[in-house]
Design a protein around this ligand. Structure first.
Ligand code: NAD
Length: 364
């Protein structure tokens, strides 16, 4: 770990993940986890898995019926050693999210939150590019609900996580040298839900794609700065996975390909949540495949059992490109700082005079 940091001193993240190395799901024991959109799909899978391993999970969702039924089922099941609580929450409503976080702190056995999973999301008909009502005198106002839920909602969740995680009682700032164990549950972790739509275009879903690209931008920025508050941040980028968010239309379009499975997303998310040494990493989850990595780094599909192959649904995307990009950004900033230093106080004074004149309208 130390060598890695010495090699990449400007990147505040842990080394690339070796997903063939097992983690212990028991490390989620006694953690308190708040999840938005936990009533269905991945969310419900996470809630089941994390409570099974002893976590207290507070589920915020607009779907009261599903969320309430899930929590009742979990709390009544003998195999769950943890507890699930449902709180109605509309992530697009600031006060509703504030209420969710306050409730979570009240319900928490130790009075704090160890992990926040910003999972709520929607997809569907995207008004952009539909080309309807072109004869109207004035264009009708667009419906940006997908942006509201998938971006504004996530920003609210992130803002609240940055308020509550650093003051989680008994927690210390995140570190790649942390020693995860079932008996040391305290953490400060933000898990973001991106998508393969964070990494590339998804046809006919421009709003969804824009929101998920923004979540990637949020992740990349937070992973550099959230260390100041001791918060670790990780990102899941699932491919199309079989949950209710995948519309009937999308299922027709995807026919012949392979949808991924919720259990593999739950597995990747549980690795992040349980292993507190993982800082600033992203994982793509797709359908399970037998693959082998060539020397060039490219993956090839192989028959089961082929030499040096693994069976996996999880890949780390562009990890090294991002690190190099972050290094480049740092170098660029250094360059700009050198220009500033070269201009010295004289350059600063000239700019101040110009800015003052600008405020009086000179040079506009
Ligand atoms: N399934 C996929 O193919 C896929 C792929 C990539 C990313 N994702 C992302 O994973 C996350 C979970 O999606 P899923 O596949 O489990 O879908 P899902 O539809 O099964 O679950 C989404 C949950 O979010 C809740 N929700 C919607 N609007 C909300 C709001 N305003 N406030 C609170 N809760 C709200 C829903 O009620 C639902 O319980 C989403 O962010 C989605 O964009 C899904």
């Amino acid at each position: 770990m130390e060598d890695y940091q010495a090699e990449k001193p400007n990147v505040l993240q842990s080394p690339p993940l070796d997903i063939t190395v097992p983690y212990d799901a028991a490390w989620v024991n006694h953690k308190v986890i708040l999840i938005t959109g936990g009533a269905s799909g991945f969310g419900a899978g996470f809630v089941r898995q994390w409570t099974k391993h002893g976590a207290t999970v507070v589920v915020g969702d607009v779907n009261v019926q599903k969320g309430d039924a899930l929590c009742r089922e979990i709390n009544g099941a003998s195999q769950s050693s943890g507890k699930a609580h449902f709180v109605h929450c509309d992530v697009t409503d600031w006060q509703s999210q504030v209420n969710l976080f306050k409730e979570a702190v009240k319900l928490s056995p130790h009075g704090g939150i160890d992990c926040v999973a910003a999972n709520a999301g929607i997809a569907g008909n995207d008004v952009l590019q539909q080309g309807v009502n072109l004869d109207a005198a004035e264009p009708p106002p667009p419906d940006f609900k997908i942006m509201d839920v998938n971006l504004t909602g996530v920003l609210y969740t992130t803002h609240l996580a940055c308020f509550w995680l650093p003051k989680n009682p008994g927690s210390s700032p995140c570190s790649i040298d942390a020693k995860p164990s079932a008996s040391s549950p305290r953490d400060r972790h933000l898990l973001l839900l991106g998508s393969v739509a964070s990494l590339g275009p998804i046809t006919v879903q421009p709003q969804y794609c824009a929101a998920k690209h923004a979540v990637l931008g949020l992740f990349r920025t937070l992973r550099v700065t959230s260390g100041l508050q001791g918060i670790r941040v990780n990102l899941l980028c699932p491919y199309f996975i079989d949950t209710p968010i995948v519309t009937t239309g999308a299922r027709f379009v995807l026919a012949g390909g392979a949808l991924g499975k919720v259990e593999d997303v739950v597995d990747a998310g549980t690795r992040f949540v349980s292993d507190s040494r993982i800082l600033g990493r992203a994982l793509v989850v797709g359908p399970k495949v037998h693959v082998r990595q060539k020397e060039s780094g490219e993956w090839e599909l192989v028959t089961p059992g082929a030499p040096n192959s693994i069976e996996t649904a999880v890949f780390e995307p562009y990890a090294d490109d991002w690190e190099d990009q972050d290094q480049w950004n740092r170098t660029f900033v250094k360059l700009l700082n050198m220009v500033q230093a070269g201009r010295g106080w004289m350059g600063w004074a000239q700019d101040i005079v110009k800015a003052t004149l600008y405020s009086f309208g000179v040079g506009r």
